[in-house]
Design a protein around this ligand. Sequence first.
Ligand code: SF4
Length: 382
Amino acid sequence: MSEDFPLELPLSRERACDLIRCSEAELPRLLAAALAAKQRFKADEITYSRKVFIPLTNLCRDYCGYCTFRRDPGQPGAHTMTPDEVLEVVRAGEKLGCTEALFSLGDKPELAFPEMRATLQKLGYKSTLHYLEAMCERVLRETSLLPHPNPGLLSAEWIARLAAVSPSMGLMLETTNTSLLATGAAHDKAPDKVPSKRLRTIAEAGKQNVPFTTGLLIGIGETPEDRVDALLAIRDLHNRYGHIQEVIIQNFRAKPEIPMRNWPEPSRDEMLRTIAVARLLMPEVNLQAPPNLSAPYYEDFLDAGINDWGGVSPLTPDFINPEKPWPHLEQLRTRTEAKGCTLRQRLPVYPEFVPAVVARPGLLSEKVRAAADSQGCARRAA
Ligand code: SF4
C-alpha cells in the first residue's frame, strides 16, 4: 500500500484493490481512515432494528452450497407458515418493542415443487409472492410492525406491489463473480444467484425509489478483487438512483450440514479489510455487519466503519444461521458504548429514507409516520 493517507474519497477501483490486500502492518491505518469516514457520516451513533424473523417458507428452488435454511418438501423441518403463525410471532414481537417484521423465504419454491403449489392453493394464493404480499399487508394493517421482505429476485411489477405494503425491501447481491455458478461452486444449482439478474432487481427498485438493502456474502469462493467489484456495482447503482439504504457485509460460516462444510471461513482481518474498503468506497451509505456471525469479536467492526448492527431479535432465532444466536440487546449496547458510541433503535427503513415513504399517501405512510420519531428512528424504542 502506498503511503498517501489521507485517502482521496471515494476510492478508485485500483486503490480499493490495493487496500483490500493490505498487510497486517498497514491495517491500522486503513481502519483509522475508514473510521474517520464513518465519523464524518454519522458520528458516534450506531443503529439497529429490533425485529422478529418470519421464515414464511423454507422451501426454495435454489441449492446454494452454504445454505442451512432451505429444505425440500418432506425433509425434516420443511415448513410454510400459516397466516395465524405469522401473526402470532408478530404480536409477540410487538410486546417486546419490535418494529420490524423481517420476511425471509426461499426463492419461487412453487416452480420446483408441486407440494408448494398445493400449499398455496390451500391457502388461496397463486404464488409465494402473492402470499407474501398478503402477509405484509396484514402485518401493516393489524399490527404496529413494519414489514421488510427479502423474497429473492423480483420483477418490476412485484417490486411495485411489495413497495405498497412495506417501506423497504432487500436482496443480497452476494457477489458479481459468475464463476461461482460453475459446477461444484457455491452457486452451482442456484439459478436465482446469477449476478446480472440480481443487479437488475436492485436497479429496478432504484427506478421505483424503493429504499433497498443489499450486500456481500464474503468467503464463498470470491477473491478480494471480486469483493471490490461487487461493492463498485452497488455504488454505481446507488450513484444512479440514490436508493441503497444499507450495505451488509456478511461472512460465510461453515456448518456440518452444508455442502461447503469444509470450506475455510473468512478471518476477522478479512472482514475488517472488506468493511473498511466498503466504507471508503461508499462514505455516505449505511454499512452493517451481523454481530451474531462474528461473536465474540463483533465490536471490532465498529473500528472498521460500520454504523449499524442490522436486525436484532429479542424473540426469534436467526433462522438463516440458527446455531449463532443474536447477542442479548443489553450486551450489544454495552459493547457499543465501550467503543464510545450510543446504540439507537431504527425502523427497517433508515431515517434518511423515511421522509420519502411518508410523503406517499395511504396506509403505509400512516404506519411509518406512527412508528417514526422526529428524526426518523423508532418512536417505540425500548
Ligand atoms: S441462500 Fe436463499 S436462494 Fe440460496 S438456497 Fe438458501 S434460501 Fe435458497
